[in-house]
Structures are given as C-alpha cells and as structure tokens.
Ligand binder design. Sequence first.
Ligand SMILES: Nc1nc2c(ncn2[C@@H]2O[C@H](COP(=O)(O)OP(=O)(O)OP(=O)(O)O)[C@@H](O)[C@H]2O)c(=O)[nH]1
Length: 354
Amino acid sequence: MVLAQLGGSISRAIQQMSNATIIDEKALNDCLNEITRALLQSDVQFKLVRDMQTNIKKIVNLDDLAAGHNKRRIIQQAIFNELCKILDPGKSSFTPKKGKTSVVMFVGLQGSGKTTTCTKYAYYHQKKGWKPALVCADTFRAGAFDQLKQNATKAKIPFYGSYTESDPVKIAEEGVETFKKENCDLIIVDTSGRHKQEAALFEEMRQVSEATKPDLIIFVMDSSIGQAAFDQAQAFKQMVAVGAVIITKMDGHAKGGGALSAVAATKSPVIFIGTGEHMDEFEVFDVKPFVSRLLGMGDWSGFMDKIHEVVPMDQQPELLQKLSEGNFTLRIMYEQFQNLLKMGPIGIFNASWV
Ligand SMILES: Nc1nc2c(ncn2[C@@H]2O[C@H](COP(=O)(O)OP(=O)(O)OP(=O)(O)O)[C@@H](O)[C@H]2O)c(=O)[nH]1
C-alpha cells in the first residue's frame, strides 16, 4: 500500500526511541532525524518536513516534562498530530446535498485518474440514491469521451459529450444545462489533464470553471506523484478554486509523500481515495483513521464502521435483547461467526504500538 514504507519507518523510529533506557534530548533528536529522513525519502516537501520537526520539538519540551510523565506517549501523540496536520487543512469542503443540484468539476494532471474517478464518484452517490450525470469536457485526449461513455454506460449513469465539438467550454456549458433541466442532483464535469507549463490549457480550465460555475472543484492526484507535486497542486489552486482532493492509485506501491505535499499545497481536504481500477474501489477518506493505520496504531473507528456494515443497525437491538435474556443459541453463534468472516482480515485495524 502507498505510504506503507513511510509508516513502517516512522513506527520503527518511535519504537527505537521507546526502547532507550532514558528518553533524553539525544533519543528524541535521533528519533526525529530518522522520521525526517523517512519523510524526505518518500518525497514529502522539505519545508513541510522541517516545520513538522520544529513543531514537535516545541510541543515536546523534555525539560518541562516532570518525571512520571509518559514521554513516549506524548512524543507519539505529537508525531501523530503533526502528520494529521499535513493532511488536514482544518476546514471541510463543500458537500453536495441529495435532491439539490450541484455541479462538481474534476481537474488534475494527465493520467492522474480523473475520468475513472469521475465515474467512481458518480457511482458512489448513485448507490446512495442520488441522480448523478457525467459531462465529458475533455476534447484534448482522443478517446476520452469514449472512455467516459463506456464507464457511464456500465454504471447506467447519463452522460454528455461530443465527437465533433472541439470547444470544451461549450460542451461543459451545454452538458450542465442539459442535466439541470433533467433535475440531476450531481452534475460531474470531467476535464482534460494538464500541467502548469501548459498555459493555454490552464486558461481553458479557468474558462470551463467560469462557464459552469461549479459548487466544488476536485483536484485528482495520482499517489505516485513525486517532488513536483507541491508546485503543480499550488498552480491548480491558483488558477481555479480547488475545494477538495481525491488521491488515486492508493493500491499501488508508490512512495506517496508527494501526495501529502500536494494536499498541503491546495489547503483542501482529501475526501476520497481510489484503491483500484474498478468502479467500487473507492473509499471515503478520514485523516485520523488513515494516519492511525499508517503508523500501525490500529483504526478503531474503521473497525466500528465495519461492524456496523456487517451487523446492520436494525439487527443490533434484537441481538442485544436476545443476549440480555441469556438467549445465546447455536444459530446466533453461527450467524455471528458468519458476520466475522464478512469483515475480512482484521489485521488492518490492528494496533502494533499503542
Ligand atoms: N490501480 C489503480 N488504477 C487507477 C486508479 N484510478 C485510475 N486508475 C487507472 O489510471 C489510468 C489513467 O486513468 P484515467 O481515468 O484515464 O486518467 P485521466 O486523468 O482521466 O487521464 P487524462 O484525461 O489523460 O488526463 C487508467 O488505466 C485507470 O484505470 C486507482 O485508484 N488504482
């Protein structure tokens, strides 16, 4: 998994520090230097890493910590909080509301996974009873419309695009108008991939945004993006009002640190991650459970979500009632084992250093 190596290195550095007989300035510095090295090797931007190190040192003032304080835990918590801070801009993004028309525009570099992600986003909402629609405003890449059409057809989602019109602004405007008339509540506009050196394409993206007046612009980013991530992401943010980020290809083996930097550059929250090529390989993103899992601290909120998924809420009172009456039958035991099996491997929730 992306960032797994980084998580492993940070956990090891903390473990080594914990093994030291006394946690003094030297043990803390060794630990922070090890973490710094791991973050830089994973392509996290230098300034972010330096700020993180300074902040941790400010928080963990060893001189002020009287004997008896659990220094190891305080340092762990400070590292955890700083990693969360990189990923959490402290504000939530615009959230579309079911039944009320919202326009969401997707932007990003070439090949970042925009078209795939647009369909995943539409499909995710369709499953929850929304009425999404897809507009292909990518006239730059031959085959982009066919790809979107194919994905949309598979998911039974209405789509709009053109083989002949070469102006993406016109297509986007027409598509949005068409679906507004059809009372779609989530109109998703896919745009061409571009990078900041392509001034004309960047200007075109601004025009599409101006014409469609999106409620939310999502920056789609491939997790394998390296050191260039910060500058590219910042350039997108400066040209259009990026409000949220989706990181794709989290199923790969990329180093992933560039993605962390890009999130910091857009100052926008990550709302979903892509975990595969298939339509349903798409997960809601939450900072704390993600960092917990990254550091091998376990993910109890994910664990509880999973339990709610496999034992539906409406069955829980009934189960509790039976148990409180001492009514634990072989059938109930069998059903609960079946539910446990549905949860899949629970190792991902496991804690290795709490
Ligand atoms: N493994 C994996 N592959 C993905 C994921 N998301 C997208 N892809 C793949 O990445 C490749 C590029 O995806 P596209 O959706 O075509 O990317 P794009 O950003 O629309 O491309 P341009 O329009 O050229 O900028 C495709 O082969 C996708 O199947 C993901 O989460 N995991």
